[in-house]
Design a binder for this molecule. Sequence first.
Ligand SMILES: NC(=O)c1ccc[n+]([C@@H]2O[C@H](COP(=O)([O-])OP(=O)(O)OC[C@H]3O[C@@H](n4cnc5c(N)ncnc54)[C@H](OP(=O)(O)O)[C@@H]3O)[C@@H](O)[C@H]2O)c1
Length: 339
Amino acid sequence: MDECKVIIMGFGAVGQGVADALFMKKELIKEKTGFEVKVVAAADSSSSAISAEGLDEKLLVDTKKNEGKLSAYPEFGSDKNGAEILDAVEYDCLIEATPTNIVDAEPALSLTFKAFEQGKDVVTSNKGHLALKFKDVVSAAEKAGVEFKYEASVGGSMPIINFVKDTLSSCDIKSINGILNGTTNYILSRMTSEGSDYEDILKESQELGIAETDPTQDVEGIDAACKTVILANSLLGIDATYSDVKVEGISKITSEAIELANKDDYLIKLISEVSPDNLQVSPRLVKKGSSYDVSGTLNMATVKTDLADEVSVIGLGAGSLETASAMLTDLISILKNKN
Ligand SMILES: NC(=O)c1ccc[n+]([C@@H]2O[C@H](COP(=O)([O-])OP(=O)(O)OC[C@H]3O[C@@H](n4cnc5c(N)ncnc54)[C@H](OP(=O)(O)O)[C@@H]3O)[C@@H](O)[C@H]2O)c1
C-alpha cells in the first residue's frame, strides 16, 4: 500500500475538520486511491505535533480542543511552527488552512511557495494568496511540477471550481453569478422573513457564531470579492486581482428596502458577478423563486455556458466538516492522478 504523508497547517475550524474527516474516510480514500493517508504533522499559530510515523487524528483534535495548543500532544508535541515544520518531517502534501490575509497573503503565501520548492502538492482553503496573487501562485505550482488545488476557497462544500473544470469541460464559460457569502445571505434572509433591522440581525448572528465579532470582511463584501477573483482567474481565465473588483456590502440595506422589494416579488441578495466585462459584488434584486432564492447560510452559483446554457449549484459555504469535504476531494483527486 502506498502512503501519502500530509501536514495540516492551521488547526482551527477547518484544520480540525480535515483531521476529523480523514479519521472518518481513511478506508474510503484507500479504496478509491490505493493510498494510506498519514498525518505526519499538524500546526497552529505557535506550536505543533510532529511524528514521521503518523499522528492520531482524534487525539490531535482533542488536544487542541482541551489544551488549546498542539504542543500539548503526548510525546510528539513541539514548539516548532510555521515554515520550519516543512523542514522538520518528510511529507507529500501540505493541507493549508491558515487564516485568510488580504493585506500581504501571509503566512499562506510563503508556506505554499516553500512547499512548491520542496516539490510537494498543496491543498488549500485559503483565499488571501489567491485573491492577491493568483497567477504567481498557480504558475509557481506549474513550474515546480506539483499539484495545487483550492476548491474549498470558494463556497466551502459547494462544488464549483472542480465542477466547472471537470464536469463542464466541454463548455466555454461566459459568466458566473452567485451568492458566495453565507453570513450575509443569512442576515438578508432573516431581515426578509422577520422584517427586522440590519443591526439587530447582525447582533443575533454574532451571538449565534454565524457572523464574526468583527464582521467587516463578510458584511462589506470583502470575502465575496476574494471569491469573485478566484473564480475569475480559475474559470474564466481573467487575470484579475482583488483591487479589480467593485465592492459594495450589505450594511446600508434597510428593512424598508427589503419590504419594498418583497411587495414586488423580489429579494435583495449580495450577488457576485464574474464576467469578462464586470467583476462586482453588490446587493441586487433577484426574483423570488429564481435560482438565487436560497436562504440561510447557503451559497449558490449560476454558471452561464455556451453549450449547456445555465447550470446552477447550491451548497453550504462554510462549516468545519463541510469545508474539509472539499479539501479531501482535492486530496483524493491528487492521489488518483498519481496512479
Ligand atoms: N471556516 C470555514 O467554514 C471556512 C470555509 C472556507 C474557507 N475557509 C478558510 O479556511 C482558512 C481557515 O479557516 P478557519 O475557519 O479554520 O480559521 P480559524 O478557525 O481561525 O483557524 C485558523 C488556524 O490557523 C492557525 N494559524 C494562524 N497563524 C498561523 C501560522 N502562522 N502558522 C500555522 N497556523 C497558523 C490558527 O492558530 P491558533 O489555533 O493558534 O489561533 C488556527 O489554528 C481561512 O483561510 C478561511 O478563510 C474557512
